[in-house]
Design a protein around this ligand. Structure first.
Ligand SMILES: [Zn+2]
Length: 98
């Protein structure tokens, strides 16, 4: 394993990525609340018709998923970190993350 960056730098970078990842959950929750509110509600919400609310919600969820795909990566080997919320080590290269 080649070490280009110090462990402290990797841990710092991972901390930033984790914070961004946690913040990205907010829009997902809003999108799901919007989807649930619009379910069986022909008048829509916030003055928006249901098909617009559906469109915005799905666009939001897909954007966050794409964001996660780029953000939720190991700072050392750049491999996707998977479903773990707070991994201590990268499952791929074994670097310490927190
Ligand atoms: Zn790694």
């Amino acid at each position: 394993m080649e070490l280009n960056r110090s462990n402290t730098e990797i841990i710092e970078e991972f901390k930033k990525r984790r914070t961004r990842q946690i913040m990205a959950v907010g829009p997902i929750i809003l999108a799901f609340i919007a989807l649930l509110s619009v379910e069986g509600n022909p008048t829509g919400i916030f003055g928006l018709p249901p098909n617009i609310v559906l469109g915005i919600s799905f666009a939001l969820i897909i954007s966050v998923l794409i964001f996660s795909l780029f953000n939720w990566r190991c700072p050392a080997c750049n491999k996707y970190l998977g479903k773990a919320i707070n991994p201590k080590f990268c499952a791929k290269c074994g670097v310490q993350l927190s």
